[in-house]
Design a protein around this ligand. Structure first.
Ligand SMILES: NC(=O)c1ccc[n+]([C@@H]2O[C@H](COP(=O)([O-])OP(=O)(O)OC[C@H]3O[C@@H](n4cnc5c(N)ncnc54)[C@H](OP(=O)(O)O)[C@@H]3O)[C@@H](O)[C@H]2O)c1
Length: 225
């Protein structure tokens, strides 16, 4: 995506940082929002009353904010379900309401959301995050249909366990790490660049005939469980 501008929401994510390097190296202009300092704007898409102004035209938007709150169902209270929904779905809706005008001004725009393997496959202890991410997938599929005539594509990636700070509690000992690696058909959990490369593709012109899809980036986990 040269000569184009991409909004990266949740730019502090390890996957977002890999993606931003790829896009930046090719000359794509980035608008990076994060709750953390060091990006273009400090933004909390759930808590802030208003969102920063955007460029008139956007060729891409990637929404990274997400959570991993795993527990047996009785321990996942309504507060957890609400919080997971707000961050994963509510914030995405809010950003899209804000950005859709700029996306439509582009000749061809692409929006990518981040789901999880747990949204499409039954994994114990994932009830809250699976419900929220299934919402992300449903939203993106609907908008893909609604905006196809206006040239805006909407897709998701659905990663399995990926080595980022969000997932650190699941791989914080050698034994846990080995167990998680062994569960994946290709013999290892994901790296941020595995997921960033898939997002990069969905943003690119190479995917100009792809919309409304959920691309599994999961070492084959989803087809084997
Ligand atoms: N790592 C995995 O195993 C895995 C598996 C499946 C799906 N995912 C998804 O991948 C996406 C990126 O996460 P990551 O793995 O790259 O983890 P990460 O490096 O720890 O990044 C966490 C991301 O979530 C945002 N975030 C965290 N808590 C938030 C809150 N309370 N309110 C708003 N934003 C919050 C951060 O935004 P700031 O920039 O504002 O800090 C950042 O974009 C998430 O949607 C996650 O659900 C990850």
């Amino acid at each position: 995506m040269t000569d184009s501008t991409v909004l990266v929401v949740g730019a502090g994510s390890a996957i977002a940082q890999d993606l931003s390097t790829r896009l930046g190296d090719r000359g794509t202009r980035l608008v990076q929002w994060s709750r953390q300092e060091g990006f273009d704007a400090v933004v909390d898409v759930v808590a802030d009353e208003s969102l920063p102004d955007l460029p008139e035209t956007l060729e891409g938007l990637v929404y990274f904010p997400g959570t991993i709150e795993l527990a047996p169902f009785p321990r996942l209270d309504m507060g957890t379900f609400r919080r997971d929904w707000e961050i994963n779905v509510g914030g995405l809706v809010r950003v899209l309401h804000h950005a859709i005008g700029s996306l439509q001004k582009s000749e061809a725009a692409s929006v990518v959301g981040v789901s999880t393997v747990a949204a499409g496959h039954g994994l114990g202890f994932h009830a809250s995050i699976a419900a929220a991410k299934a919402g992300v997938e449903g939203l993106m599929r609907t908008l893909a249909a609604e905006y196809a005539p206006r040239g805006v594509r909407f897709n998701c990636v659905a990663p399995s366990l990926t080595e980022t700070p969000l997932a650190s509690g699941l791989i914080d000992s050698d034994a846990k790490r080995k167990r998680m690696d062994d569960r994946h058909p290709l013999g290892r959990i994901g790296r941020p660049r595995d997921v960033a490369a898939a997002i990069d593709y969905l943003l690119s012109d190479d995917a100009s005939w792809v919309t409304g899809q959920v691309l599994a980036v999961d070492s084959g986990y989803g087809i084997c469980h």
